[in-house]
Design a protein around this ligand. Structure first.
Ligand code: AKB
Length: 313
């Protein structure tokens, strides 16, 4: 990767990926693109206001800048997707379709995140294998499975270098996530640090989670991996920690003992969470490109509390 374009750069993952990639590949070689102006992303490198659904502007940006790798982070997440399934399909598949077509024309590599939300139906919830039943019943999951298949198609049919991981819930302290089922695992830290009682929308359900630094490293390590070693492409299971709301609550209480949590179940989120894996098996990612997480629940909790306290909210 020499010249990178990140579409959907203003979101939870994009806002940190831009900085991370600029640190590795050089500020001027990482173009951030988003629907909305973003002063932060424009401060230390190129920024383009771009709608990823506008194929000709997207293609023009790739061509004009000599882009050789596209990170497509445009997505409506799981809970929002259930409120407006048609919009979720149009945005999620439209941005992916444009990324793949433009990559085919201009010979770019493409990274598009898949998700634990791609699983569904009668699959093993514990140590969910890389290759298993994937029959999701959310529009987000439908888009993720279709996206994995379409990305593999572009690889085998057109030789587009498509690669992807199935992200767990990503926990971070820079930009808040929005519209996801796993968002509670970020919001809980802000409530704890601000001294507020946290009202949790899901209960007694394990979901995979990952701290942002591991997620950023995973994207780069996969995109830089030796293609000859990849038996899979779209998408790899990756994992680092799995917990229920009670478990993360108790972990935070070890550091903030008077923190309180109560439940008000959101039936949509609870239903989605119960349909997802409890814990992924990431053996293939470990074997094929050396994936290994560096953060666990305890070290992440320390770091999240430190970083959010430093914001003086
Ligand atoms: C969501 O909750 O929708 C996302 C995801 C796990 O893909 N964070």
């Amino acid at each position: 990767m020499k010249k990178i374009l990140i579409v959907g750069a203003g979101g939870q993952i994009g806002s940190e990926l831009v900085t991370y990639l600029r640190g590795i590949y050089g500020g001027s070689n990482v173009i951030a693109a988003d629907l909305r102006e973003n002063e932060k992303l424009a401060a230390d490198g190129p920024f383009v206001k771009l709608d990823a659904l506008d194929q000709s502007s997207f293609a023009y940006t790739v061509h004009k800048n000599g882009v050789d790798a596209i990170f497509n982070l445009v997505a409506l997440l799981s809970a929002t997707g259930e409120k407006n399934p048609q919009l979720a399909w149009n945005i999620n598949m439209g941005a992916l379709n444009n990324s793949l077509e433009i990559a085919r024309e201009y010979k770019c590599a493409v990274f598009t995140p898949s998700s634990i939300g791609a699983f569904g139906g009668d699959f093993p919830r514990q140590n969910t294998p890389q290759d298993t039943v994937m029959q999701p019943d959310t529009m987000y999951g439908v888009c993720k499975v279709a996206g994995e298949l379409l990305s593999n198609y572009y690889y085998s049919r057109y030789d587009v270098d498509t690669r992807s991981v199935r992200f767990p819930g990503i926990i971070s302290n820079v930009t808040l996530p929005g519209g996801g089922t796993t968002d509670y695992a970020v919001e809980i830290f802000y409530s704890a640090v601000k001294g507020e009682k946290f009202v949790c929308p899901v209960r007694d359900v394990y979901m995979d989670m990952m701290y942002m630094p591991d997620a950023l490293r995973a994207m780069v390590e996969l995109m830089e991996a030796d293609p000859a070693k990849l038996r899979h492409r779209n998408s790899f299971n990756i994992a680092s920690m799995s917990f229920t709301p009670d478990i993360i609550y108790n972990e935070i209480r070890k550091r903030i003992p008077d923190f309180e949590m109560t439940y008000r179940i959101d039936p949509v989120k609870q239903n989605i969470a119960e349909g997802w894996p409890d814990k992924l098996d990431d053996t293939c990612a470990r074997e094929e490109w050396g994936w290994k997480p560096e953060w666990d629940l305890s070290s992440m909790t320390d770091d999240m509390i430190r970083a959010i306290k430093a914001k003086n909210l």
